[in-house]
Design a protein around this ligand. Structure first.
Ligand code: ASP
Ligand code: MG
Length: 443
């Protein structure tokens, strides 16, 4: 056919996620709409997952709590999902006004099937039949983030705070997208939170394993369940700013066949260039519980943590001291999310006599710092350097725990910011210029 390109042309499918701060007002919606249209004009099929505008979700939550201290979970999900319904419809309107076909879908219309856990539902299946139809008809597809539908209860669910990231990744996996772009208010994933560490540096590429550790230890740029989902389904992520066209951060699984091109040799070379330390994160959301005077005999730790497990609290760090010969007793400290702290204290208190310990201490003025890097596997001296830099700054370490690619320490809450900065410098992560934060709160 004369005049037609003879090369077989592959239409890419791109999933784009826009967070609340990118669509915080009408102007933001139009800016995002333009961006989506540009992607479409470049010849791609586009599926968009969108969050609620600005702080809508928080405002709806506050409103619910003004009505009743303990809102019914089913009704709370009904309420919160309204936030994404507003942004998806406005975004579709804006795109249509720019002369392109667009259609918005709720989570259930999009086939986001979840379990029945209101407030933190997990995606169990994605059946994007209507999305495929819309794409086949040439429309841009807009999906409400953060929401799904349970088949048994026939009720609407939400995926937990920040869940629109997961929506985007699940759509990318189900539709076999070429890339999942997560648009946010910073230029990508940074070596530390640029709001706290001004010299944080943008990371070009990071493995999903490292990203998972950072997200699990307080990095707010990506939601942990989304990273897990992406890792499990080999979805490559591109985290980037919605305020400019800069390349952001690629989050990839080095063990997966990479979609982004690159021969085995190129990948090998990239791996060699990967820095030893990916980043350093902080978390102020945990509390420390110390069980004082635990009899140092077999079975006591098991008994204590069985009590804790019954509260469903997620235990993070655990430290047990050597017992003193004189008393035959020891202290065990551990951290749990602050929100679960009082429940755990009550459960332990109730079984104090049976477990045989002497007393309990509760401390929510702690901060946790986590240094993450796949290079730790093959480099020694990382912990010495970490502890050395903290001691130089006069920061006391209260607890330590490690994984293969992470070292975490607990400090006083009010030293965690200093700790982040000195560790960032000590590991040579500082950039020359201060990072630019475009808007919002890091979500
Ligand atoms: N709107 C929801 C929240 O604020 C979901 C999201 O933003 O990803 O948590
Ligand atoms: Mg939000």
């Amino acid at each position: 056919m004369p005049g037609f390109p003879t090369l077989e042309c592959h239409v890419s499918l791109i999933v784009q996620k826009f967070g609340g701060s990118s669509v915080s007002d009408a102007e933001g919606i139009r800016r995002v709409a333009k961006r989506i249209v540009e992607t479409r004009k470049a010849g791609n099929d586009v599926v968009v997952a969108v969050s609620a505008m600005g702080d809508t979700t928080d405002e709806l939550l506050d409103l619910a709590h003004e009505v009743t201290p303990i809102p019914a979970p089913r009704e709370l999900d009904m309420l919160l999902t309204a936030g994404e319904r507003i942004s998806m419809a406005l975004l579709a309107m804006a795109i249509k006004s720019m002369g392109h076909d667009a259609r918005s879908f709720t989570g259930s219309q999009a086939g986001m099937i979840t379990d029945a856990q209101h407030g933190s539902a997990r995606i169990v299946d994605v059946t994007p039949v209507r999305l495929r139809e819309a794409l086949d008809e040439g429309a841009i597809v807009i999906v409400a983030g953060f929401q799904g539908f349970n088949r048994d209860t026939k009720d609407i669910t939400t995926l937990g705070r920040g869940g629109s990231d997961t929506t985007a990744v699940a759509l990318a996996a189900a539709l076999d997208a070429d890339i999942c772009e997560i648009y946010t208010d910073v230029d990508g994933v940074f070596t530390s939170d640029p709001r706290v560490v001004p010299l944080a540096r943008k990371i070009d590429r990071i493995t999903s394993e490292e990203m998972l550790e950072l997200a699990a230890n307080g990095a707010k740029v990506l939601y942990i369940r989304a990273v897990e989902y992406a890792r499990r389904h080999n979805v490559t992520l591109h985290v980037r700013s919605s305020f400019n066209n800069n390349e952001g951060t690629i989050v990839y699984n080095p063990d997966a066949p990479i979609r982004l091109g690159g021969s085995a040799a190129e990948r090998e070379e990239n791996a060699v260039e990967d820095p030893m330390i990916a980043g350093v994160a902080a978390d102020l959301s945990e509390a420390k519980i110390t069980v004082v005077g635990v009899p140092d005999i077999p079975g006591k730790a098991a008994q204590i943590f069985k009590i804790v497990a019954k509260t469903n609290a997620n235990v993070d760090m655990i430290v047990q001291n050597v017992s003193s010969a004189a008393t035959g007793r020891t202290d065990i400290s551990f951290t749990v999310p602050m929100n679960d702290g009082h429940r755990v204290m009550q459960a332990l208190e109730a079984e104090k006599d049976d477990a045989g310990f002497q007393s309990l201490q509760y401390d929510d003025q702690i901060g946790k710092l986590a240094l993450v890097g796949a290079g730790m596997r093959t480099n020694s001296g990382v912990s010495a350097k970490l502890f050395g830099s903290l001691s130089d700054a006069g920061i006391n370490i209260e607890m330590i725990s490690t994984s293969e690619i992470r070292i975490s320490v607990v400090t006083r809450a009010d030293s965690v910011t200093d700790a982040l900065r000195v560790v960032h410098t000590a590991f040579g992560l500082d950039a020359e210029d201060e990072a630019i934060v475009h808007a919002g709160t890091g979500r």
